[in-house]
Write a protein that binds this ligand. Structure first.
Ligand SMILES: NC(=O)c1ccc[n+]([C@@H]2O[C@H](COP(=O)([O-])OP(=O)(O)OC[C@H]3O[C@@H](n4cnc5c(N)ncnc54)[C@H](OP(=O)(O)O)[C@@H]3O)[C@@H](O)[C@H]2O)c1
Length: 289
């Protein structure tokens, strides 16, 4: 299998990470709530990711809640020196699994401490503030108050770098006036391309763009075009979707999520695939339709 170092690297804060990373949300139970079906399998996925060269893992303490971070700690602590774990704050979970916005100073401070404790880290390398004006897609509204609180926590030395998630270009601008922003994590994939212009702007500024749902999320991508390009290239549709993202812009860092070692290997295998101009033209048609 080709090494994932062939995916190249991009700057995340002051660290260089490989462009193929791993998103840990799928390691919690159904609905991202409670323990996983197979605890040993969850540990195996994380260990295989790191053994394969992944040095960027995305998580949050509200996955589970607390479950995913504790599994990461159990699988990987003490962490390899080059591993960057990115977490996010903004919500807490109700007893029924609901997602409750949590932006007060007390809630954000608690979230940072919960992430530190459950991950076993003194300092969180990157924390994304996830906007919740609309839980499902970016919506306008000022992020000044919670971002100022997170910037205070950074000044206290609990957080090294700050990113934003589920945000509009206006919120990115607002955020950058408040503090240094090292990454933007929004919903984006070959079929969902609202952020095309934002990605290009961030690339020019040297800011990482980390698409969530790179494979379509809870309903993985299904497309005849993906299938036909995959068949022609002797690859899987998911590998094609990831290869398309790697070729889309140099500042894109991938965090595909999976609870299965077989899928992890398939996803990391996307590094071997270089799509032709013809492939890209066809695939670009998916987002346009
Ligand atoms: N900032 C935010 O608001 C936000 C929101 C959502 C997610 N995230 C982050 O983004 C990461 C990625 O998103 P995601 O995990 O939700 O979605 P995703 O990476 O787009 O897709 C994950 C889904 O695809 C399946 N899958 C993965 N690899 C596959 C393969 N090779 N073949 C077939 N199916 C495959 C997974 O099932 P299996 O487990 O069966 O493989 C899972 O159902 C998350 O893990 C999380 O860290 C952030």
């Amino acid at each position: 299998m080709p090494s994932i170092s062939e995916s190249g690297t991009f700057k995340l804060g002051h660290r260089l990470v490989r462009r193929l990373g791993y998103g840990a949300m799928q390691l919690a139970g159904p609905g991202v709530f409670g323990p996983p079906k197979d605890h040993a399998a969850a540990l195996a996925v994380l260990r295989e990711a790191v053994a394969s060269g992944v040095n960027h893992i995305d998580t949050s303490d509200f996955y589970g809640p607390h479950v995913t971070n504790r599994i990461i700690r159990e699988a990987l602590h003490p962490y390899p020196e080059d591993l960057v774990i990115v977490t996010k704050v903004s919500a807490r979970r109700g007893a029924d699994g609901s997602w409750i916005p949590a932006f007060s100073r007390a809630e954000l401070t608690q979230a940072v401490h919960d992430n530190r404790r459950n991950l076993g880290l003194d300092v969180l390398e990157v924390v994304n503030l996830r906007s919740m004006f609309n839980a499902h897609h970016p919506a306008e509204g000022s992020i000044e108050a919670p971002l100022t609180i997170l910037a205070d926590l950074k000044r206290q030395g609990l957080v090294r770098h700050i990113g934003l998630s589920n945000v509009t270009p206006t919120q990115v601008e607002e955020g950058r006036r408040i503090c240094d922003i090292v990454c933007i994590q929004n919903h984006y994939n070959v079929a969902h391309r609202d952020d095309d212009a934002l990605i290009d702007d961030l690339a020019r500024e040297g800011i990482a763009y980390v698409p969530y749902f790179p494979l379509g999320g809870f309903s993985p991508l299904q497309s005849d075009t993906l299938n036909s390009v995959a068949a022609r290239r002797n690859a899987t549709p998911m590998a094609v979707a990831l290869a398309w993202l790697l070729q889309r812009a140099p500042n894109i860092l991938l965090i595909p999520g999976t609870s299965s070692v077989a899928h992890l290997r398939e996803n990391l295998g996307s590094v071997a695939l270089t799509l032709s101009e013809n492939d890209l033209r066809e695939l670009n048609g998916i987002g346009a339709s």
